[in-house]
Design a protein around this ligand. Structure first.
Ligand SMILES: [Cu+2]
Length: 541
């Protein structure tokens, strides 16, 4: 790389004003990130607009989505190859459009694959038949197309869509393929009226993804064998594909619909002003609104999970910016502890190695590092007198199944391959069979010699009914009996299971589809998924 290119790259990272080049090294130093954030978040947060990235559109009006390779300025003024879901509608070109729907809407669209490899769209969180679920069995070869046709049967919630081809989902999502599908209903509209919320202005989707770039500012996805085992960790955290973003806000309540769209990274989210953490309200999770808002100060979010939050900026003091950040946490890369004793191997115990540093690629931000994600500048503004309603929605009743749970153990073979009950993915096998219309309890048990795994179940939303043996940093956030976290109060499609932890979930395998249906459940650390930590299961008619 010549020096001009390098200067452009560094300037792009530092923002349009080129506020300084020292930020780069700072980002790679855990001690620096929290202290040095002010003044360096100089790129305006990308928001859904009339066209372009994330532009909202009624899903039922979309007739075609072309999966395309194009050029996109992920970093300011530096063009990078980028893969996107593209739809042209009313003279506008939309990239990874924010699809809007209501329960009962019919979605009928053709996916055209213009990539040089197979792909398929998974409608993450929606109850579809297997053909419309979007899994490897239905992947589409380059140059070919596939027609999706389904009815939105689920609650209002923040769903999303992303690639799910066999072995290469991680690369495709990384290169850009991911969009939101927001389903709204009467409860949603009531909340929007009560708080005067407008999508894109005061109701803001935040897609958090970590990425790495080469020295020309192009997205880079090259993983060693060890990084495939741990999952990709990037050197920059992007929010709405904006590096070091800022957002100018009024002194009022904002809604943030947060998707952790990272391949593998978890975050411990909080809003901070200086050293003070601000209270905020968790109002929804993967499967939509909770019944009541939950006041919290921090919350973990695993890959693929969504959290819906309200932040009241009237509680911010003065004019100092507020940061959405990820707080320091133990990432629990415990894959080499002794399974029986839970003790680390002798070398690590004596060496006092930094747990954050484990397995990170050179230049990557180590897992669990404290770091700012988004700067929120609070501007003076007209008086705002709305209050958060005490009741948001009603959830379907939780009916747990009687009898012994189905046990699913998360672990690895000691040779670099993760598995579930010792099984690894085989397209032609469904080691688990359930009967349509029945209820089951599944017990997701993560080994101690493991790392956190965000487990995603296709086809059916579920409820968490108990967490046992949670690590201290998780247990400290439990607010109900049975170790439940506030985000466990709603419907989920993905649950983060920590090393040593057991999570009991309730599933109801009722659906309207005739005939046997095959779905997947898997780790949503996309490198784990791609290397086989995924199981097919059959719902027998
Ligand atoms: Cu995993």
């Amino acid at each position: 790389m010549n020096s001009t290119t390098r200067r452009k790259f560094l300037a792009a990272l530092a923002g349009a004003g080129a506020a300084g080049l020292s930020g780069l090294s700072g980002w790679r130093n855990p001690a620096f990130a929290a202290a040095d954030s002010a003044g360096r978040f100089t790129n305006r947060l990308r928001l859904p607009g009339a066209s372009g990235l994330y532009a909202p559109v009624a899903a039922k009006d979309v007739k075609q989505i072309t999966v395309s390779e194009l050029d996109f300025e992920v970093l300011p003024r530096l063009s990078s190859p980028f893969w996107a879901y593209v739809t042209d509608i009313g003279g506008r070109r939309l990239l990874n459009p924010t699809l809007l729907a209501r329960p009962g809407d019919q979605i009928k669209l053709r996916m055209v694959n213009r990539l040089k490899q197979p792909t398929v769209i998974h409608w993450h969180g929606l109850t579809n038949d297997e053909r419309n679920d979007g899994i490897g069995m239905y992947q589409v070869e380059p140059g070919k197309s596939f027609d999706y046709a389904f009815t939105v049967r689920d609650r209002a919630a923040n769903y999303w869509y992303h690639p799910h081809p066999h072995d290469i989902a991680g690369e495709q999502a990384y290169k850009g393929l991911a969009g939101l599908l927001i389903v709204k209903d009467d409860d949603e509209e009531k909340l929007a009226r009560a708080l005067d919320l407008v999508l894109g202005a005061t109701d803001i989707p935040l897609v958090i993804q970590d990425r790495s770039f080469n020295f020309e500012g192009k997205l880079e996805y090259k993983l060693s064998r060890e990084q495939m085992f741990m999952g990709f960790l990037g050197e920059e955290i992007l929010v709405n594909l904006t590096a070091r973003p800022y957002f100018d806000a009024a002194r009022r309540i904002y809604r943030f619909r947060i998707l952790n769209g990272s391949n593998a990274r978890s975050y411990r989210l909080a809003f901070a002003q200086g050293n003070r953490l601000l209270d905020f309200h968790l109002i929804g999770s993967d499967g939509g609104l909770l019944e009541q808002p939950q006041k919290v100060r921090e919350t973990f979010i695993g890959a693929a999970q969504r959290l819906d939050v309200l932040l009241d900026l009237r509680e911010a003091s003065g004019s100092e910016p507020v940061f959405l950040k990820s707080l320091d946490f133990d990432p629990m890369h415990n894959e080499s502890v002794d399974e029986k004793t839970g003790k680390p191997p002798a070398v690590a115990a004596q060496g006092g190695a930094d747990p954050h540093a484990a397995h990170a690629a050179p230049g990557a931000i180590a897992d669990g590092t404290e770091m700012p994600l988004l700067q929120i500048n609070v501007k003076s503004s007209p008086e705002y007198k709305r209050e958060i309603p005490p009741q948001l929605s009603r959830l379907p009743s939780l009916a747990a199944a009687a009898g012994e749970p189905r046990r699913l153990t998360l672990g690895h073979d000691g040779k670099g391959k993760w598995n579930i009950n010792g099984w690894r993915f085989n397209m032609h096998e469904t080691p688990v069979t359930v009967q349509r219309g029945t209820r089951e309890t599944w017990l997701l048990q993560n080994n101690r010699a493991s790392m956190p795994h965000p487990i995603h179940i296709h086809g059916f939303q579920f409820r968490v009914i108990e967490r046992r043996d949670s690590p201290a940093q998780v247990k400290a956030l439990a607010t109900r009996q049975n170790g439940l976290l506030p985000q466990d109060f709603g419907l989920l499609d993905t649950v983060l299971v920590w090393p040593g932890e057991s999570v009991r979930i309730a599933l109801d395998f009722s659906h309207p589809f005739s005939g046997d249906q095959t779905y997947m459940f898997h780790c949503h650390n996309l490198e784990h998924e791609d290397t086989g930590m995924m199981i097919g299961y059959k719902v027998k008619a």
